[in-house]
Design a protein around this ligand. Structure first.
Ligand code: ATP
Length: 370
């Protein structure tokens, strides 16, 4: 704690009523967010949704048009970037090419006159398992190693909050998946608060405790990865996180537990607890891997939704699964992912097929049209 700005552990981050307007464009409509200390939080969304702007506001590189930013309960809104207990890791590593790996990591400590910069830099390099290349120049390292040096440099002064802006974006897919595991482990070891920005849903889901899905300058939904996947609340979230089959239906009664909906003559039931609205026109959905494909009409059962018959218009063998597209009259193309527990696909192109799933797996969305 040589420098007041740097904490021994992570701090929580609060964004209160944040809005950001650029001349002629509102990048952030309204943002309220609390990230608990020590958590790994991912901001996930498509290009242009306002993720980077959010990070830049927290880092102090932009000023909000409205709202307040609190780190560890302290309002940092008026503070210059270097006065905030925050470091950022970008997609471009921005290492100094003429300095050794060790000096790159120790640089910020020296500039701030923090004690034992060399000892601390070695410690940070051990954390990312690169202490054995401390004397090399950045150009003598692989892309993944350079990114780990950038990470060591960002955590060496123990910022209360680490901002990561697509830090793995420049890496190839395999290295990226490996670094995701490593980043997560490092975050758990150091216990700092991580705010990670990405457009890669798999990346957000693998690493974060909590994911906020952002769209057009707003958070659409926020929760644990499993929760967002199992219970998306909007069409955007249902489609952005994995794939969904969505059906426009009309609520037509129900029981205490489930809503019955009218879907072109057949019925799709959705648990009330899994539906956002309980009357009128709604959208219901089910994930492709929850569907069961049958070549004969399955027997009716109270806890099962059945639609069909449709026609199989595509069969793709993926290895672990076979993905079918079934054209169901009134529903359009429906995706089915069937695990290949036996050898070979069970159904063929052009076959007539019914689709069924446990009522439990249906979710209802707030949107009244697709
Ligand atoms: P990406 O993943 O492509 O970086 P993002 O979600 O990080 O996207 P932002 O960089 O936050 O998006 O940008 C959000 C929106 O604000 C974009 O439409 C962008 O064009 C706009 N924007 C960003 N900075 C400025 C600026 N200085 N002036 C005007 N518009 C801006």
């Amino acid at each position: 704690a040589e420098h007041a700005a740097f904490a021994e552990s992570g701090a929580d981050l609060e964004l209160v009523g944040i809005q950001k307007r650029f001349p002629g464009f509102t990048a952030i409509e309204e943002l309220d967010l609390t990230i608990p200390a020590g958590s790994f939080f991912a901001l996930l969304g498509p290009s242009g949704c306002g993720k980077t702007t959010t990070l830049r506001l927290v880092a102090g590189l932009e000023d909000p048009t409205a709202g307040r930013i609190l780190i560890g309960g302290t309002d940092v809104s008026g503070l210059k970037p270097h006065k905030r207990p925050v470091n950022t890791v970008f997609q471009s590593y921005a290492l100094f090419p003429h300095m050794s790996v060790l000096e790159n990591v120790a640089f910020g400590l020296r500039r701030r006159r923090i004690g034992d910069p060399v000892g601390k830099a070695h410690e940070a390099l051990r954390l990312v398992e690169l202490d054995h290349v401390a004397d090399r120049k950045p150009a003598q390292l692989s892309g993944g190693q350079q990114q780990r040096v950038a990470l060591a440099r960002a955590v060496v002064n123990r910022p209360a909050l680490l901002l990561l802006d697509e830090p793995l974006g420049a890496l190839d897919l395999k290295l990226r998946r490996q670094m995701q595991q490593e980043l997560k482990q490092i975050q758990q070891e150091v216990g700092l608060t991580f705010l990670h920005v990405t457009h890669d849903q798999e990346e957000a889901m693998t690493m974060a405790d909590t994911v906020a899905v952002m769209n057009k300058g707003r958070i659409e939904q926020m929760g644990a990865p499993e929760e967002l996947y199992e219970l998306p609340r909007t069409v955007f979230v249902a489609n952005f996180l994995g794939q969904s089959n969505l059906f426009a239906v009309e609520v037509a009664g129900g029981t205490e537990q489930v809503l019955h909906t009218d879907f072109g003559g057949s019925r799709i039931s959705v648990p009330r607890a899994r539906s956002v609205r309980d009357s009128g026109a709604i959208t219901v959905g089910v994930r492709p891997e929850k569907l069961h494909l049958s070549l004969a009409e399955p027997p009716a059962a109270a806890d099962t939704n059945v639609i069909g018959p449709g026609r199989i218009t595509d069969v793709s063998f993926i290895g672990v699964s076979t993905q079918y597209t079934v054209e169901v009259p009134g529903a359009g193309p429906v995706q089915v992912f069937a695990q290949n527990l036996q050898a070979g696909p069970q159904a063929a192109l052009g076959d007539e097929a019914w689709l069924s799933w446990h009522t439990e797996h249906t979710f209802g969305l707030a949107d009244d049209r697709l």
